[in-house]
Design a protein. Structure first.
Length: 530
């Protein structure tokens, strides 16, 4: 197959002058219709792929995913979609602006059945049976790997980007990187679909396209605000998701895959990175101190890229109670901390989140990158929200999947976020469908797995005001004047159950130390997780 035949000429498209806009509405209408018809003809592969998927998944009976064939033209179809997508993505900045309202999806990891369930339950990003005219869409990376439909998910999302370039934003995740997806399923899936030679060509070209994905999206009020997020089915939105912190009056939301780490200080740090974006080599070796972080990086720009794709918030929120009611200590988890993911990234505390939001006039940061039990989870007094959209991650966690709808409250004019959830197994299908039976490396532990809710002593102490005068401690507003991070409590796991449902190694080690009364030595992960 001649690869040069499939290379898009996006530079020529960038130089094409935009057509003049007529003041006559009838002429404008006919011109727009003609342009849409032309786009349908030019991007035939993309339109046909989405139509096939809609038709295939519209059956009232159980879907037989083994019969799915979205790309009957094989590698030729996939390469055409990739080239069309590059021509669109290359014209975007590394930080894209998305008008409200919008839907924000977290990690998908090749789980096409879950993505289709979201679309069928709430709304498709399409004109045929969706809300694309009144709603924008943001997908926060990790489209591929671990799941059996990585090729199809990549083809679908790239097709949506091509057809609706200003309505769909694709943000890069750490698995949109050839050094990752060569091992975690995308390369193997491409070879299985298209054969060894064509499969590797598709994989290589897809990773070239991934280098043009933006690192983040900024969501703010724009001219498109006509939808309430209910979608085609008219399902009412749930109440606005509970936020522990008070609103700061800002009207912007940053959407990013990993986080802000230690190096991202302003939005300009993201927008100033030129494309194509090459991800620096990552080290999974544990660091003994923060001085050992980011080995091999030659400039701050490379560290910004790693932080955007790889960093996580700390395990704890603003405050942690250590000890018993007779001797209470308030431990603040602030600043930058070592990460079990290795030397190439870090964990950041709630103080970093609060400072970043204030500096950049942000109401909220929405990120993905970590599996959470309910599909969504707040951190940093409600200033940061993790969203994960694949259910039963890697067929071990039995977690729900979530998608966040951002809308403007018509009464207050402020941004509200609503979680729309698909419960694990609610479709009636086998939840193991779509996950690769063997994984290159074990999945990262569930965020906050194995943690208990905060003690009654802590609630009573905080309500009495005993922590109110401590410097650096900010307790959010509630009816009583205080609010606390709510950490879900999960049933204790038996030793016979999968390793993946057990608490993280850091938490297990700290539990042993608390029991023995010892001090914490330098901690090293026995297994690096991606």
């Amino acid at each position: 197959m001649d690869e040069n035949k499939h290379r898009g000429n996006h530079q020529q498209q960038q130089q094409t002058a935009a057509p003049a806009v007529s003041s006559n509405p009838m002429i404008r209408l006919s011109t727009n219709l003609a342009q849409r018809q032309k786009r349908t003809e030019v991007f035939a592969q993309e339109h046909q792929l989405i139509t096939r998927l809609m038709d295939f998944t519209s059956s009232p009976t159980r879907i037989d995913w083994s019969r799915l064939n979205l790309l009957p033209g094989g590698a030729e179809d996939m390469l055409a979609i990739i080239d069309h997508a590059v021509s669109v993505l290359a014209m975007e900045d590394s930080l894209v602006s998305v008008p409200l309202p919008c839907r924000v999806y977290g990690d998908i990891h090749g789980q096409l059945p879950d993505l289709v369930q979201f679309f069928n339950k709430f709304s498709w990003p399409h004109t045929r049976k969706g809300d694309i005219f009144s709603m924008n869409y943001v997908f926060l990376g990790d489209f591929v790997d671990r799941g059996a439909f990585s090729v199809e998910v990549a083809a679908l999302l790239l097709s949506l980007k091509v057809i609706y370039p200003t309505k769909v934003a694709l943000v890069r995740g750490n698995h949109e990187d050839r050094s990752m997806n060569a091992n975690y399923g995308f390369l193997a899936g491409a070879k299985q679909r298209f054969g060894a030679v064509d499969g590797e060509l598709v994989w290589e070209r897809a990773n070239e396209a991934f280098e043009y994905l933006p690192l983040a999206a900024i969501v703010e009020e724009g001219r498109h605000s006509g939808s309430d997020g209910r979608g085609e089915g008219g399902q009412c939105l749930p109440p606005a998701t509970s936020r522990r912190g008070g609103d700061n009056g800002s009207s912007r939301v940053l959407c990013i895959h990993g986080g802000i780490g230690d190096n991202i200080r302003t939005l300009d740090d993201l927008s100033s990175i030129p494309k194509p974006i090459t991800i620096p080599a990552c080290s999974v070796a544990p660091a003994a101190s923060t001085e050992e972080l980011y080995p091999g990086t030659t400039c701050r720009r490379e560290r910004v890229i790693l932080d955007a794709l790889w960093s996580d918030p700390t395990e704890n929120d603003n405050v942690t109670l250590v000890g018993t009611s007779a001797c209470m200590m308030l431990s603040k988890v602030l600043g930058v901390h070592l990460s079990p993911r290795g030397q190439s990234t870090c964990r950041f505390g709630p103080d970093r989140v609060a400072e970043f939001c204030e500096r950049n006039d942000l109401k909220l940061i929405i990120r993905a990158h970590e599996c959470v039990k309910s599909g969504h989870e707040y951190f940093a007094s409600g200033l940061l929200l993790t969203v994960f959209s694949a259910t039963n991650y890697c067929n071990v966690y039995q977690n729900d999947g979530a998608m966040i709808v951002l809308v403007v409250d018509p009464e207050t004019g402020e941004i509200d976020e609503h979680a729309q959830v698909i419960k694990c197994g609610e479709s009636g299908q086998d939840t193991s469908i779509g996950w690769n039976p063997s994984q290159f490396r074990n999945p990262s532990p569930l965020r906050n797995s194995g943690r208990d809710t905060r003690s009654s002593e802590f609630s009573a102490a905080a309500s009495s005001g005993m922590f109110h005068s401590l410097p650096g401690v900010v307790l959010g507003n509630s009816a009583s004047g205080y609010s606390f991070p709510l950490v879900s409590s999960y049933p204790t796991q038996s030793p016979q159950q999968s390793f993946a449902t057990l608490p993280s190694w850091q938490y297990q080690q700290q539990q042993r130390l608390n029991t023995s009364g010892g001090t914490s030595p330098a901690m090293h992960s026995p297994q690096q997780h991606q």
